[in-house]
Design a protein around this ligand. Structure first.
Ligand code: NAD
Ligand code: KPL
Length: 303
């Protein structure tokens, strides 16, 4: 059974190349004919791993192709996922399963609402990848991917494909806890790295700011019923700051490269969820306002 991969960017290419080299059939779904022509000219996707570059001539098509889609990895940014899935919705077979890699809270739910008959599997990944050229991806950080559904259903048999491809993963019955925890980590770290224009490790020089944000985020998680996600949040944030000290956060990278950020599904979502429940969240709200100011000053979307 073929995997279709929608969004041949960093993470989509990282999955596509590893699946393909393990002998799993993969098809890329590209945005339009111009992208398809550029891809064909490149001869495939290149994965750079441990300084070794390998080219994988994976089959590609556009959204308007006619092959039915049974298993779809959605690897677009959070703000693009719903429209991208809408563009292939008519090709989804009756048993279609979608694996949603989007960061934050809200985008995966938008996709699930758009294709209510499909089985949507939510994923939370700590792997790291970036593009260093057209159709080239650099595997930058080993990590783990957690997969699960919001109704806590059984693990699919195709997880074996991930094992064969060497993609470290686990099935979990508490994927929402993982997603909320990651949202909190990203809200505590990413915006501050943009405002201080620094690597993750330099946040160790702002311990009060980090601690007060974590206190509000933990309060938010508890109010949202995410008790497990709130436990030991500050300790984990401090550990991530140490263990990723030399890295720039994904939001910092987006801003530095003039790309839209995923603020709408991270900090905005956290503030909205809190305000809806009557929480004031003064520090998170002030952080949100300062981040939006910075984005606007750079001419970037503030949502
Ligand atoms: P990316 O920008 O590198 O790739 C997204 C790709 O989707 C782009 O190639 C874009 O052209 C494509 N796309 C957008 N709309 C499309 C459409 N309608 N049809 C076809 N293709 C379309 O993004 P990324 O870094 O791979 O991130 C994807 C998601 O994974 C994000 O939510 C991100 O937060 C999450 N994530 C990324 C990493 C990482 O290391 N890159 C790690 C963990 C989670
Ligand atoms: O996930 C991350 C990101 O940059 O988006 C963290 C955990 C902050 C590591 O950089």
């Amino acid at each position: 059974m073929s995997w279709h991969i929608l969004g041949a960017g960093s993470l989509g290419s990282l999955w596509a190349t590893r699946l393909s080299r393990a002998g799993v059939p993969v098809r890329l779904v590209l945005r339009n004919r111009a992208r398809l022509a550029a891809y064909q000219a490149a001869g495939g996707l290149t994965l750079v791993e441990d300084d070794q570059a390998n080219l994988y001539p994976i089959v590609a098509e556009t959204a308007d192709a006619s092959t039915p889609i049974r298993r779809l990895l959605v690897a677009c940014k959070a703000y693009d996922a719903e429209a991208a899935v809408a563009s292939i919705a008519s090709r989804l077979s009756a048993e279609a399963e979608l694996i949603l890699l989007q960061n934050g809270i809200g985008s995966q739910q938008e996709v699930a609402a758009r294709v209510p008959r499909a089985r949507c599997i939510l994923a939370s990944s700590t792997e790291g990848a970036f593009r260093d050229g057209a159709f080239r991806v650099v595997f930058a950080g080993r990590g783990h991917t957690w997969l699960g559904t919001s109704d806590e259903s059984h693990a699919p048999a195709w997880l074996d494909d991930l094992t064969r491809a060497g993609i470290p993963h686990d099935w979990t019955t508490d994927i929402l806890t993982r997603l909320w925890r990651k949202l909190a980590l990203n809200c505590a770290i990413n915006p501050l790295t943009v405002l201080h224009d620094c690597r993750n490790g330099e946040l160790a020089n702002h311990p009060e700011q980090v601690a007060s944000l974590c206190a509000e985020l933990a309060e938010l998680l508890l109010t949202c019923g995410q008790t497990a996600a709130a436990e030991g949040l500050l300790d984990e944030v401090q550990r991530v700051i140490q263990s990723t000290a030399a890295n720039y956060s994904s939001m910092h990278q987006d801003v530095a490269q003039g790309r839209r950020t995923e603020i709408g599904y991270l900090l905005d979502r956290a503030c909205t969820e809190g305000h809806r429940r009557g929480l004031a969240l003064p520090r998170l709200t002030a952080l949100q306002a300062r981040l939006k100011e910075t984005l606007a000053l750079r001419g970037l979307p503030t949502d």
